[in-house]
Design a protein around this ligand. Structure first.
Ligand code: HEC
Length: 149
């Protein structure tokens, strides 16, 4: 077979090239669109998870598993922490963040122990608690003092 015709066999035709460019362009668009759509969603849920972890460490013991003010430490101390589901309905974000930063009465201030981003994440987590009711612990009590509840 002469070299020239082999080269012809190997070389993609004009239409094939245009077709593959077209497919490639579509793939690139698809992938970028996918990344654009998925990235913010990931960020959001990570943020809520961060808020949930911070809540479990810093707030759960007083405000309870779903923010109703029925945490185990509150019971031991005989204090009545606020119902945070009600608080986020009735108060502005600024008021809630302010209480977190400065503390109030029996509630400690979190202005130093938590960063502003962490306090914001907790606030966003509080918004997700709306309407949730406490369920009986199935051994997942973050404080590990389930027996005292
Ligand atoms: C040691 C127990 C305790 C801990 C820990 C605690 N709180 Fe509180 N919290 C309270 C008490 C008690 C009150 C009610 C204070 C008062 O008498 O006004 C309160 C009030 C609040 C309020 C005010 C609600 C309103 O209606 O204005 C918010 C918001 C709040 N807490 C959020 C949090 C968050 C978020 C965390 C964790 C970062 C947290 N608290 C940790 C005990 C606690």
């Amino acid at each position: 077979m002469p070299v020239k015709s082999m080269f012809f066999l190997w070389r993609p035709t004009e239409t094939m090239t245009r077709l593959s460019h077209h497919v490639l362009r579509r793939m690139i668009w698809g992938v970028s669109l996918g990344v654009l759509l998925v990235l913010p969603a990931c960020g959001g849920s990570e943020d809520i998870e961060e808020g949930a972890r911070t809540y479990a460490r810093g707030c759960y013991s007083c405000h309870g598993s779903v923010g109703l003010g029925d945490g185990p430490t509150a019971k031991l101390m005989g204090i009545q922490p606020a119902n945070l589901q009600q608080a986020v309905r009735e108060k502005s974000k600024a008021e809630i963040l302010n209480t977190m930063t400065r503390g109030r009465q029996a509630m400690p201030a979190f202005g130093r122990s938590l960063t502003e981003a962490q306090r914001e994440a907790v606030y966003r987590y509080l918004l997700t608690l709306q309407g949730k009711r406490a369920i009986a612990s199935r051994g997942l009590d973050p404080t590990g003092i389930r027996g005292l509840r």
